[in-house]
Design a protein around this ligand. Structure first.
Ligand SMILES: [Zn+2]
Ligand SMILES: [Zn+2]
Length: 344
């Protein structure tokens, strides 16, 4: 039943993505982390040489093609950073209180039953839990250029933000870092504003100095691998790259969690879904995704996408992976809408 598909859908992306997107370069995909740790013994001096060469290459490229800021789309100021510090202030993060299922910011958290957003109360999901970094409206223009205008270079900043969010998410609902980030409820009774600011300042300094520390991801919800939501081959041909794969590769590079782009494929293109009801969307998507992995059982998987709207796409992917035995399916998106329910 599932044997007729093609096991790899994004192979043609590798070249274009690696060519443009920051340091995410060569072969982080499919087992990048495994490769990294396996080579540690032999690494040593050779690894240092490669890292030095990469830094020199980055420096030269920066002079020839200055990186553009994801917000203003001009060369980043100061040069070498991933985003202009002033522009970063314009982005709105989804810091708590958020829906405990999809991570959508809640408009009136105290009156929300079960701490679930309107969508999640109306439509049960196949995936277990998920989260997003930014509210959609604050990042919409940037996302459009990232997706449709060839600005793959934004992936370096966006991927870093997602890797940091993943570290918080994976720690699980019982942990302090999770409660502070997702529920807006500091365990020590103090405001989280200071801590959030400190974290953002640190991220800003890191991007400004262009340090690329590994971001450790630990906890009960640490995924075994990252799976980018695939696009159809038709769209891939037209667009030239899959933005979800660019994000997944960058997250992988920073966290060491491998990307698997061979376990999920988009086998049919779907009709435009803007005017469809949730039920119509679900039916439209149900046959669109197939899992090709025979080794996904007992694994916990993090689906990666650029935007989360109703969750229909993520649910269709989660359904396909669950059918192959995937034990837990989470998602993480760069942007998410706000709760449809008006505050009352
Ligand atoms: Zn800027
Ligand atoms: Zn929700």
């Amino acid at each position: 039943m599932l044997s007729g598909g093609r096991p790899r859908v994004d192979s043609s992306v590798a070249g274009s993505a690696a060519g443009v997107s920051a340091g995410s370069a060569a072969g982080v995909s499919a087992g990048g982390a495994a490769g990294g740790s396996a080579g540690s013994a032999a690494g040593g001096a050779a690894g240092a040489t490669v890292r030095f060469a990469a830094r020199v290459f980055d420096g030269v490229r920066e002079l020839v093609y200055p990186r553009r800021c994801p917000v203003c789309d001009r060369p980043v100021n100061p040069a070498g950073a991933l985003i202009c510090p002033e522009c970063e202030k314009l982005l709105k993060r989804t810091e708590g209180p958020v829906c405990r299922r999809c991570g959508k910011p809640l408009r009136s958290p105290l009156s929300v039953p079960m701490h679930l957003c309107h969508d999640c109360r109306m439509h049960p999901h196949v995936y277990e839990r998920g989260c997003a970094v930014f509210t959609y409206h604050s990042v919409a223009g940037s996302l459009f250029r990232f997706k449709y205008k060839g600005r793959q270079e934004y992936g370096a900043y966006f991927g870093r933000c997602m890797a940091e969010k993943l570290a918080e998410f994976a720690a699980g609902p019982g942990s302090r870092i999770y409660r502070e980030s997702f529920a807006g409820m500091p365990s020590d009774g103090k405001s989280t504003a200071g801590q959030n600011m400190a974290r953002q300042n640190m991220a800003r300094q890191n991007s400004a100095k262009k340090i690329s520390p590994q971001i450790p991801v630990r906890g009960s919800a640490r995924p075994d691998f990252l799976v980018p939501v695939p696009v159809s081959e038709d769209r891939l041909r037209k667009r030239g790259y899959n933005q979800a794969l660019i994000l997944a590769r960058e997250i992988s590079r920073l966290t060491g969690i491998p990307v698997r782009e061979d376990v999920l494929g988009r086998v049919t293109d779907t009709l435009p879904m803007k005017n469809m009801t949730p039920e119509e969307r679900q039916n439209n998507l149900k046959r669109a995704f197939q899992s090709f992995g025979n080794d996904v059982s007992l694994n916990s998987i993090m689906l990666i996408d650029d935007i989360y709207t109703t969750g229909a796409t993520i649910d269709a992917c989660a359904h396909a992976l669950s059918q192959k035995g995937a034990e837990r399916v989470f998602f993480m998106s760069l942007a998410i809408g706000e709760d449809a329910e008006a505050g009352y």
